[in-house]
Design a protein around this ligand. Structure first.
Ligand SMILES: Cc1cc2nc3c(=O)[nH]c(=O)nc-3n(C[C@H](O)[C@H](O)[C@H](O)COP(=O)(O)OP(=O)(O)OC[C@H]3O[C@@H](n4cnc5c(N)ncnc54)[C@H](O)[C@@H]3O)c2cc1C
Length: 430
């Protein structure tokens, strides 16, 4: 078993600028080269801005190349929770935006001709308890009524047509969700941003950002590991890797580890038995498992096996936990070899919502809570349009963005073991 991201074995990244001086001045400095930053850079460059994407590692190094590649509808919070918190009208707009975010990915993939195995294969949520399944019918009804979007409830006896596992109480299918190879997608986005005129600078960690004026113009001075840069505007797109260069955002985002294993390539018959319709699948727990077949027929199986972000230790421990979890779902895989294990960091806001807009004068978009493939692409584009002077529909701009209760958080998530235990408890009792 290799401690390595399987997706990286399938992709070639474009050559970016990895050394030498940065430009002296640009219109926009984008911090982070994942889906958010590259989607923003592409849009801004198309609108005629000079754009420097500053990436502390290499293109797509963060969650964008490491994820499950599930291009999902919906938000992390349930619709009833959303309606009681934001009201019907705003929730309807949020739901519509979450559907539009998948169209946004599809459109970019088509326009830019990105070979990333994008396919509208649909997703399947599976119920771990009878009461979770009972709730599906209620959810489907609310979603049909409030958002005019159809979900299909799958009774337990109908499940074999969807999944080769007998442990679930039923499921719910959304045919509009999609799957892709995320590393190929982020590499393609980088190529598209560069083609539009944006410049990507790797190994350029932003250490400090200060407001100031230069030749009578107000802007931002960025100190980076490759020297200084002056920018009229800054877009922070650092997600779960948000650090001390942007302390106000760091205090609002909790970095949480998520881990993935992939098996060896499976025989065609077995792969078909496990996932006859090739869905993106996840279960109904808080401490959930998500899984799918890769385009070359490996089972990719992920979960929050350890709550802390990825380290050699959490990755190794997760491999065994996830293997056990996978065999619990699919006993047919008891003898399948695990070829790869890796981890990445998710970005959770304290209210588990995406947030975007301006904070302390800088633009930002983050808080995708494991639903970022579509939403990050969409927010990058929408916030870039806003920076270019448009007034795009974006229901996530301006919603309250809470910090930690009583301000008990400085960016170091000391409470993660407690949160992990709490969610395990919730899965047990609810
Ligand atoms: C294991 C895993 C599985 C997931 N599965 C799914 C899934 O199936 N479907 C889904 O929708 N979502 C999934 N997600 C979430 C999704 O991957 C993210 O929401 C999305 O990739 C966020 O993109 P981003 O561009 O905002 O951030 P990232 O891709 O994380 O990029 C942030 C970048 O900022 C850079 N950076 C940070 N600080 C600095 C600095 N000071 N200077 C310069 N650069 C800096 C980092 O190096 C990093 O490359 C998953 C995430 C993980 C970790």
């Amino acid at each position: 078993m290799l401690e390595h991201n399987y997706w990286l074995t399938t992709v070639e990244f474009p050559t970016a600028n990895a050394s030498g001086p940065l430009p002296e001045i640009v219109d926009v400095a984008v911090i982070g080269s994942g889906f958010t930053g590259l989607s923003a850079a592409r849009t801004l460059a198309h609108r005629g801005a000079t754009v420097a994407v500053l990436e502390s590692e290499t293109i797509g190094w963060g969650a964008s190349s490491r994820n499950g590649g599930m291009v999902l509808t919906g938000l992390k919070l349930g619709v009833n929770q959303l309606i009681s918190k934001y009201g019907r009208e705003l929730t309807q707009r949020m739901y519509a935006a979450s559907l539009a975010s998948m169209d946004c990915v599809e459109q970019i993939v088509q326009e830019e001709n990105i070979a990333c195995d994008f396919s509208r294969c649909g997703h399947l949520e599976v119920a771990c308890k009878q009461k979770h399944f009972d709730d599906y019918a209620r959810q489907a009804e609310v979603i049909a009524h409030e958002f005019n979007h159809t979900l299909r409830v799958v009774q337990k006896h109908e499940l074999p047509a969807e999944i080769g596992s007998t442990i679930y109480y039923g499921g719910m299918v959304d045919e509009t969700s999609a799957g892709c190879n995320p590393a190929r997608y982020v590499a393609g986005l980088a190529r598209a941003a560069m083609k539009a005129g944006a410049k990507i600078f790797e190994q350029a960690r932003v250490k400090n950002i200060q407001r100031g004026s230069r030749q009578g113009e107000v802007g931002w001075k960025l100190a980076t590991s490759r020297g200084a840069l002056w920018a009229h505007e800054v877009f922070v797109a650092t997600s779960g890797y948000t650090g001390s260069a942007t302390p106000a955002l760091q205090k609002k985002i909790i970095p949480i580890g998520s881990f993935i294993i992939t098996t060896e390539v499976l025989p065609e018959k077995l792969a078909h038995e496990l996932s006859p319709r090739n869905r993106m699948i996840y279960d109904s727990k808080n401490y959930l498992y998500y899984y799918r077949l890769t385009p070359d027929r490996r089972m990719l199986f992920g979960g929050r096996a350890a709550f802390f972000p990825e380290t050699a230790q959490t990755i190794r421990r997760s491999a065994e936990i996830l293997r056990r979890g996978m065999i619990g779902v699919y006993p047919q895989l008891a003898d399948a070899k695990i070829d790869y294990v890796w981890g990445g960091t998710l970005d959770f806001a304290f209210d588990i919502m995406p947030h975007a807009g301006q904070l302390e004068g800088m633009y930002y978009a983050l808080g995708y809570a494991g639903h970022g493939v579509a939403m990050a692409t969409y927010q990058g584009q929408k916030i870039a349009e806003m920076m270019a002077g448009d007034k795009p529909e974006n229901p996530f701009v301006g919603i309250p963005f809470p910090g930690a209760p009583l301000g008990l958080y400085n960016g170091r998530p000391w409470f993660l073991p407690l949160a992990g235990a709490w969610y395990k408890f919730l899965d047990w009792v609810s």
